[in-house]
Unconditional design. Structure first.
Length: 505
């Protein structure tokens, strides 16, 4: 029996007859004070060291015990809101979106409130989003439709007038201006939004999630200070800092990993979020080669959101005060600029998305100690638009196997609401490279199940004595699950810091 030094002699809970990891042996695992205190590799045992007075013993009947899963890139307020908005996923044209808005506007309450929709992808549409299409179906009620990648918003004339942009020619507003428009719209009351977010966290726990990095735009730290004072969330939260709030964070002495709220609580300060470029679907990701059809235009290669010198300045200031940068980079040129900045600053941190990479940049992640925060569901969602706009380069798009082979650390996320907050969808997409009946897209970039599970657990491959008791119990061994079962993995129970956050206990 292995035991953590100084562990209490009367632990609170024993998980008996549980398989230790995918394909692992039957063991007994004892949890106390929020940590794993004993692991007994004895297939016949239920309690690791025999019953202890007051100890609860659970017979898990051979289920599989895994390290708790993380979603390393979410926008929690956007995700919580999107779960209650008009769903535009799968729409094949601007006209189809307008038809959904018409049908929803007839039945949804609130004739004068903003009708929000979410999830359209216009990269392959035969027609263009335009205010007049929405005006024709719902002229008097403000309509605001957010793209699936969160990099564009489509408004009708009533909504454009509401935000002071009545003269906009099309109503389709991209990137920073789009974020400004959304922030100018009436907000959901804070207590309502907090309830929605708490519900979204519980839903995440039901899928085995024990923690998230929340990249919600705005004063994310301040918002989580308010929420954590009311009730702890069902998952651990690492709350990002945006540049507009960096000076305030530095003045308060906040660092990445600093606690927010009650001491030892589940909410902590996260990284500084910075942007180098836009997105693939909006053709604003910064690339070395021009986008087909945009040659010889100002936006032919995408956009540079932060100049290299300014990127280095912000990263250096944050790193000097213990705040690690997380740099959004999607195009190959953007990723090179981000890695150059990390090389100049020589600090720990992350590149978010890393979707299109130059071959010479692959080893730089490991050399510089930069984590690649990636979203495998994007590879399957965006394969068609990538084939069109990154034609001839997709062998180095979403190159997860190549990154691992080069020694990079991968952490999976969803970018919710861009894709659902469900780590099993990410794992399945990374393993199969398809989410429909088509063959795998660039199958050479598929990951083995064990590597995908590790990336979904922030690098944790094993459960060891002394680890935080962030655990998930599943009914099916992921190593033997078929792709459909992997996507819909039945989660029996989830535990965060020794506390059940989902399950029958």
């Amino acid at each position: 029996m292995t035991e953590v030094a100084g562990a209490p002699r009367r632990p609170a809970l024993t998980l008996g007859r549980v398989r230790l990891g995918a394909g692992g042996p039957l063991v007994g695992v004892r949890v106390a004070d929020g940590r794993v205190t004993h692991v007994v590799p004895d297939p016949g045992t239920v309690a690791p060291a025999g019953p202890v007075a007051g100890e609860r013993v659970l017979d898990l009947d051979g289920r599989v015990l895994l390290p708790g899963l993380w979603d390393a890139h979410v926008h929690l307020a956007e995700w919580a809101s999107a779960r209650r908005r008009l769903d535009l996923a799968g729409t094949a044209s601007a006209r189809e979106v307008a038809d959904r808005v018409r049908a929803h506007g007839r039945t949804a309450p609130g004739a004068t409130t903003v009708l929000f929709g979410y999830g359209f992808r216009d990269g392959l549409w035969p027609d263009a989003p335009d205010r007049r299409l929405l005006d024709a179906v719902l002229p008097d009620r403000p309509v605001a439709l957010v793209s699936a990648d969160l990099h564009a918003v489509w408004l009708n004339s009533a909504c454009l007038a509401l935000v002071g942009r009545g003269d906009h020619p099309t109503g389709l507003i991209r990137e920073a201006e789009g974020h400004e428009v959304l922030s100018a719209l009436p907000e959901v009351p804070a207590d309502t939004l907090d309830d929605w977010i708490a519900d979204a966290c519980r839903a995440a726990a039901a899928r085995g999630v024990t923690g998230v990095i929340d990249f919600q735009y705005g004063d994310t730290v301040g918002a989580w200070e308010r929420r954590s004072a009311q009730a702890p969330p069902a998952v651990r939260v690492s709350a990002a800092v945006y540049p507009g709030h960096l000076d305030a964070a530095v003045a308060r002495g906040l660092r990445t990993g600093s606690g927010i709220g009650e001491p030892g609580g589940p909410v902590r300060v996260g990284p500084l979020k910075l942007f180098t470029d836009g997105s693939l679907n909006t053709r604003t990701a910064l690339c070395c080669d021009p986008y087909p059809g945009l040659e010889n235009t100002d936006g032919a290669h995408g956009i540079e959101q932060t100049a290299p010198d300014e990127l280095v300045r912000l990263m250096r200031r944050a790193a000097a005060h213990g705040i690690e940068p997380a740099v959004h980079a999607i195009g190959d040129r953007a990723n090179t600029l981000a890695l150059d900045a990390f090389e100049a600053v020589r600090c720990r941190g992350r590149i978010e998305h890393a979707q299109l990479l130059s071959p010479e940049d692959l080893p730089r992640f490991a050399e510089l100690g930069v984590t690649a925060g990636v979203q495998p569901r994007h590879a399957t969602d965006d394969r068609d638009v990538a084939d069109r706009y990154w034609a001839g380069r997709t062998s180095r798009a979403f190159a997860y196997a190549d990154l691992l082979a080069a020694g990079a650390r991968l952490e999976f996320g969803s970018d919710a609401p861009v894709s659902p907050l469900d780590p099993w969808l990410a794992v399945a997409s990374a393993v199969t490279r398809t989410d429909d009946d088509r063959p795998a897209w660039h199958p050479e970039q598929r990951l083995p199940v064990r590597d995908a599970l590790a990336a979904a657990a922030r690098g944790r491959r094993l459960i060891r004595v002394g680890d935080p008791a962030d655990l998930v119990v599943v009914d099916v061994d992921p190593l033997t699950a078929d792709p459909d079962t992997l996507r819909a993995m039945p989660v029996h129970a989830t535990m965060t810091a020794g506390r059940w956050t989902h399950g029958p206990y």
